[in-house]
Design a protein around this ligand. Structure first.
Ligand SMILES: [Fe+2]
Ligand SMILES: [Fe+2]
Length: 173
């Protein structure tokens, strides 16, 4: 994944990446080989790559909405072994809980972001997303999960803190 995508991730996701609630996501295991924080960064990088490709063929996307939805789509999974009885319930309920967590931590959300988070498990859940952000997140989520299992998560090259320092030094001269 290019440095340019890392820059976009910071541009649109810095507030979430720096939040205490997102930092907690690094302590929740996910897919048996990663954690929710790293997975969400991987989803955001894939989602931004999809947006960049679509923009090349003149399909306009909202990168800010897509980044926020990607970073927050699985926050409802935190504490899964205490709060969900089994994986089936987790699969159905965590997108709803992610919306609740987002609203509690960051306040009201854009309807497109909410729709993307709520329906990101589609087609495993019945209702598909309504907007382009949701379709980008569903694809990026599956790509990131597959990459993680294969040991090639795009998040492995992104160190939020060191990248942010380098980013600041190049943008502030
Ligand atoms: Fe999820
Ligand atoms: Fe996910």
């Amino acid at each position: 994944m290019s440095k340019n995508l890392h820059g976009l991730l910071l541009l649109y996701g810095e507030d979430i990446l720096s939040s205490a609630d997102f930092q907690k996501a690094f302590a929740q295991t996910h897919h048996g080989c990663t954690n929710v924080g790293a997975h969400s960064i991987g989803v955001a990088l894939y989602a931004l790559a999809i947006c960049s490709l679509l923009e090349k063929i003149h399909v306009k996307t909202n990168m800010r909405n897509v980044t926020i939805a990607a970073l927050c789509h699985d926050l409802g999974i935190l504490g899964r072994y205490e709060k969900f009885k089994n994986n089936r319930i987790c699969c159905k309920q965590h997108p709803i809980d992610s919306v609740t967590v987002y609203k509690k931590v960051f306040g009201e959300m854009d309807a497109h972001i909410e729709d993307a988070i709520r329906h990101h498990m589609w087609p495993l859940t019945i209702m598909p997303p309504k907007y382009h952000e949701g379709y980008i997140i569903t694809v990026a989520d599956k790509l990131s999960a597959l990459s993680e299992v294969l040991g090639h998560s795009p998040a492995r090259f992104f160190n939020h803190f060191t990248f942010y320092e380098n980013y600041l030094s190049t943008t502030t001269g």
